[in-house]
Design a protein around this ligand. Sequence first.
Ligand code: ADP
Length: 598
Amino acid sequence: MNILVVNAGSSSIKCELINAKNQKKLSKLSIERLNSENPILKFSGKDFSLTTKGIENAFPEALKIWKSECSEKVDVVAHRVVHGGEYFFEPTLITAEVKQKLLEISPLAPLHNPVNLKGIEICEQFFQDIPQVAVFDTGFHATIPRRARLYAIPKSLTEKYHIRRYGFHGISHQYVAQKAAEFLETPLKNLRLITCHLGNGCSVTAIEYGCSVETSTGMTPLEGLVMGTRSGDVDFGAIAYIAQKENLSFSEMEKILNYESGLKGLSGIGNDMRDILKAAQDGNEDARMAIQVFSHRLRKYIGAYAAVMGGVDAIVFTGGIGENSPEIRHRVCQRLDFLGAVLNEDLNREQNPSPEKPVILFSEPYSRVKLLSILTDEQLSIALQTYSLMTKNLKLSKKSIPIAVSARHVHLTQETVEKLFGTGYQLTVLRPLSQPGQFAANETVTLVGPRNKIENVRILGPCRHFNQVEISRTDEFYLGIDAPVRESGNVSNSPGITIVGPKGSVTLHEGVICAWRHIHMPPNDALEFGVEDKDLVSVEVNTGEKSLIFNNVLIRVSDKFKLEMHIDTDEANAAEICQGYHGELHLTEAGATLIKRK
Ligand code: ADP
């Protein structure tokens, strides 16, 4: 399948034709200086001077010339769309309705979305019946939790105008995260990554077990790091003060912050890091300071994001600066030993990533946190995401999946059981659970958190080789603990808790999680549903009265499992399943349908 990826910007358009199946790049074209007289069209090493200007005229003219010279067929056109608002996170087939929605959210990204939409309309006219797909820069950040995406402003304004942090450069963050996982030979779902996209626009993202949980850009791409011409974080008080003193309107201030600030504003030289690094070397003080502010801001975010995730396994640098500047990588990564990240200066200086070697490692072999520089390829990522949308099997089995509600419970080691119930104590079976070999024990314990305690928490047996306390987000809030949403079994770096039994108490240093909603299935069901272990799927839960879609449901396949979806009490309440039930794992009347592969 040949996919033409279109990246339409306000002053340039870049397109690439990619065979998504073998990932071969077939043709590339770009139009630069789009709004000046005679924009330049470049492809196949040739330059063409266009006779018309502006996207409306120059883009169709360029496509006509390109088509007359390029014999490859186009099967799908994929557009990079900067802002998907609250409507679009996944790659989406473009219809009249989708375009209407994109128009509606254009005010959220006035510099980008209108021109993306124009690119779509021009391609629809030019390519007629060929399907068009939108891939969103904000899409990957859909998983950022509310606590990280809300601004602390009056709730009424947040709701009225859909104000929130959306996050950008998601296509690049997602792509390099996947490449890092492949390089480290560890599934993305087991890694905590900090990815730094440093191009003309810059942002840093915390990716916890495959999901974006924090990113530095906000409602618009202006927030966060120092960028080429964008300021990143500035106290609004300073902006209001300047506007008042200089008698400037908000839109004039917005222009200054978007186009005259960042590296350009600090250095007075321009937005290109290469020129600034050279000027600094020649002794230019403003250039030196621009580099320091740029690097300091990024270090600050890396420290913060390591704290957000409770640790980090790798820090990834990408984009023009992250891929090509050992000096910036050095400035950002030096003295990160306290985090477990130890820079190897020689490896950092020796090489940059290249098409032949797209990932380079520049940390010491003993560094617990790996430092990587990775070549990003947003065009390829868009093509692959589009390919997966166009080929995925939407007609999965409609077999109903039984739902069990998992109330708070604990899994304990034999050693902990003995500390709580007495030496030599063995758990006794209250009743067997639906998963073979598992049982709810007669024994219960009390969980003691910093704020409150919860009594009568059921122990599930048999004993395991580690302690794990599974509670809901509501329980966490009540106890005063902020535990991560995790796959069962993954308790590293999770918070601890005190467990009290009739004969003693145990304080765990880690082990509290909020279990990630998941579906247990035996291999033959996995085959029927067309899914594999660790896949994330969407699931429609139908209780008769209410239908609800749960995204990011984890598939767990084992021949020891029986087909069953497990959700916690908060999720059950949201779906109006078995409200108010308290006890161990409880099978309900409700069923779920697996509707989509991710
Ligand atoms: P975009 O965000 O437009 O895709 P890129 O990712 O290509 O941009 O990054 C462009 C930036 O990369 C340039 O502005 C320049 O500052 C920086 N850059 C490119 N090469 C180098 C280099 N060798 N050293 C430092 N910075 C570089």
